[in-house]
Design a protein around this ligand. Structure first.
Ligand SMILES: NC(=O)c1ccc[n+]([C@@H]2O[C@H](COP(=O)([O-])OP(=O)(O)OC[C@H]3O[C@@H](n4cnc5c(N)ncnc54)[C@H](OP(=O)(O)O)[C@@H]3O)[C@@H](O)[C@H]2O)c1
Length: 273
């Protein structure tokens, strides 16, 4: 049985990719939809034509990797697409966000993504594709989004290296690096933290468009999918210019818009352990 596995299928870009894989990839026989909110997975299942298997689990629990591995073993499935879209970010200074939130970001965005890739490898075939959601935040360290951006650099680097390792087998890995996308991501990112910088709203993309490009780039065997000219330019500039130039620019933008985090002091290290 040929399957597509999608983490983060209950909303945003994971959901969009589930819809696209359902419509556009005829040889997929079953979609495995993963997320914590079962009711969301059920409502997505009702919209899909292909058979679905719902795995409602919390990927912060290490037992979830074992359950996934067992499900693969028992089904004898062949993975045609693996989409790692589960992830979250929290906006705020390292000294301001709680330690538990920051470690959870690392656990979900890096650890679970790595585990899903590793567990899936024996079930890939010659033309399988892995789509890993990194971010344009991977191109440059981001003050007030430090852990998230550093984690996405890991995803980009890991995906590129894994693509090289798997190349001989015919499987390809694509890292998706969008700028801001209009999804529920910001409901979580801004909760108890800071608001998204106003200038980022200007670059907000539609999730269906980012997902469509990601699928196309992955099928074409591209290592990296970057939606929009502005993010392509940002990627280029981040390679060419020193980081301190961007930090200066960000400080100036924040100063002019009055959004500098006035609470960013060392005393915050005592808050929210
Ligand atoms: N939106 C953006 O601006 C943006 C930009 C660049 C990159 N990205 C990346 O793109 C990916 C998709 O984000 P999105 O924008 O589509 O966000 P989203 O709409 O908030 O979707 C996030 C998904 O992750 C799942 N998830 C969160 N915590 C989980 C957990 N502990 N266990 C299992 N699943 C969990 C959520 O499902 P449940 O809540 O049901 O568990 C949800 O389906 C993420 O990796 C994100 O970092 C987003």
């Amino acid at each position: 049985m040929k399957i597509a596995v999608i983490t983060g299928a209950s909303s945003g870009m994971g959901r969009e990719l589930a819809l696209l894989l359902d419509q556009r990839i005829p040889n997929i026989q079953e979609l495995w939809l993963i997320g914590r909110r079962r009711e969301r997975l059920l409502s997505l299942e009702r919209r899909l034509r292909k058979k679905c298997r719902l795995l409602s689990m919390d990927l912060l629990e290490p037992s979830s990797f074992l359950s996934y591995e067992r499900a693969l073993e028992e089904s004898g499935a062949e993975i045609v697409f693996l989409v790692n879209a589960a992830g979250f970010g929290k906006i705020g200074a390292v000294s301001r966000l709680s330690l538990s939130e920051q470690l959870a970001m690392i656990d979900l965005n890096l650890r679970s993504l790595t585990a899903f890739c590793r567990v899936s490898i024996p079930y890939l075939s010659g033309k399988s594709r892995i789509i890993n959601f990194a971010s344009a935040a991977a191109f440059l360290p981001q003050p007030d989004f430090s852990v998230y951006a550093a984690g996405k650099s890991y995803v980009l680097s890991f995906s590129e290296a894994l693509d090289e390792e798997l190349r001989g087998s015919g499987c390809r890995v694509c890292a998706v690096c969008p700028g801001p996308v209009k999804t529920e991501f910001f409901d979580v990112a801004e909760r108890d933290g800071q608001s998204i910088a106003a200038y980022k709203i200007l670059f907000m993309a539609r999730p269906d468009r980012v997902a469509r490009l990601a699928l196309r780039d992955s099928v074409l065997g591209k290592k990296c999918s970057v939606y929009g000219y502005s993010m392509k330019l940002f990627r280029l500039l981040a390679k060419l210019l020193p980081h301190r130039f961007f930090f200066f620019l960000l400080r100036e933008i924040q100063r002019l818009s009055g959004s500098m985090d006035s609470n960013r002091t060392l005393s915050n290290k005592r808050r929210n352990p």
